[in-house]
Design a protein around this ligand. Sequence first.
Ligand SMILES: Cc1cc2nc3c(=O)[nH]c(=O)nc-3n(C[C@H](O)[C@H](O)[C@H](O)COP(=O)(O)O)c2cc1C
Length: 364
Amino acid sequence: MNRRRLLSGASAAGATAVAAPSFANAPRPRTYGEAVKVTWRPLDPSGGTPEIVRAGTLAANSHNTQPWRFIVSDKQIVIGPDFSRRCPAVDPDDHHLFASLGCAVENMVQAAAALGFDAEARVDVTNPDRVGIALDRRPPARNELTDAITQRQCTRDAFDGRALSAEHLSALGKAGTADGVECLLVTERPRMDAMLDYVNQGNTIQMRDEAFMRELIHWIRFNDAMAIKHLDGLAARSSGNPSLPAWLARRLLPFVMTESGENDKYAKHVRSSAGIAVFSTRQNDKLGWIAAGRAYQRFALRATALGIRQAFLNQPAEVASLRPQIAAYLGIADRRPDLIVRFGRGPMLPPSLRRPIEAVIDKS
Ligand SMILES: Cc1cc2nc3c(=O)[nH]c(=O)nc-3n(C[C@H](O)[C@H](O)[C@H](O)COP(=O)(O)O)c2cc1C
């Protein structure tokens, strides 16, 4: 498969480049609610390339590290990795980092349509770590996926246990399937239970790994003030937890975040879900990982447009010894299981935050 085709995408229509309001040119928000409003405000149809970048930053990304840098010119936006935000314990080969870049690429390609650009994503031949998104003006064309960019979230809560219609399952499967990426939907209860077993094995291995726990805790924002200060990381509220003083939360953590407590939580999460989606690729390299991120993000946007929630259960894809086991169980032994995601219906949680675009754009 050629590289260009692997990363090429859909798109849209003509707009003026107007700096979008952000934290950088407004007073810092005082409350978590205010920060959410600024972060997730609807896309400004006249916002031009800065709004396309902002759409990119709203994508799902591992531990909400926001591991990206952007270079913006009239005709192109280039996205590349910010290796200072690597997570070597959970992501030693940078798989999740490049999948996160793929998520951002997909959001930008979809947003471009509504903001008045045709967009085509392709790998930068001078630096294969980077993806260039070539922009051509055309009339704006909103669609359901662009509207979903500012409404999507990973919802780390139980869902309502109801099955989805065949029509909705088909729409999700289609959205998650792309060049080289397969989206396998598992909806049979015995198979979901078998996958839960792998999730719990992975969780147990990760929670016994000091480096993994240290890294995870580094990215947890225990209270609103911490979340607003950093504008990244895993905000307590977004995981359904209370906002507590950091010193207290750190002391309580070993008692409230236990192996059995977390495994019980995942059992509840899986058993209340309508299904589990597994994104896998044959091309186990940066290009394949970016493609997997793009496919997942498109799946998440389609789910959001249909009022369906989704959240990751990546443990068996993250623990190297479990990856071939779950792949063999699912009958995809020739592919890398890249991302594992449960889905279903249920209420939303408070959204996570993002740094302003000024913090992630470099001069060309
Ligand atoms: C490649 C990748 C891996 C992720 N892995 C996990 C995971 O294992 N568990 C989890 O709860 N969330 C996972 N996430 C979700 C991120 O934590 C989430 O996208 C981030 O905190 C921002 O929140 P939001 O997507 O709700 O805006 C992952 C996201 C990506 C893109």
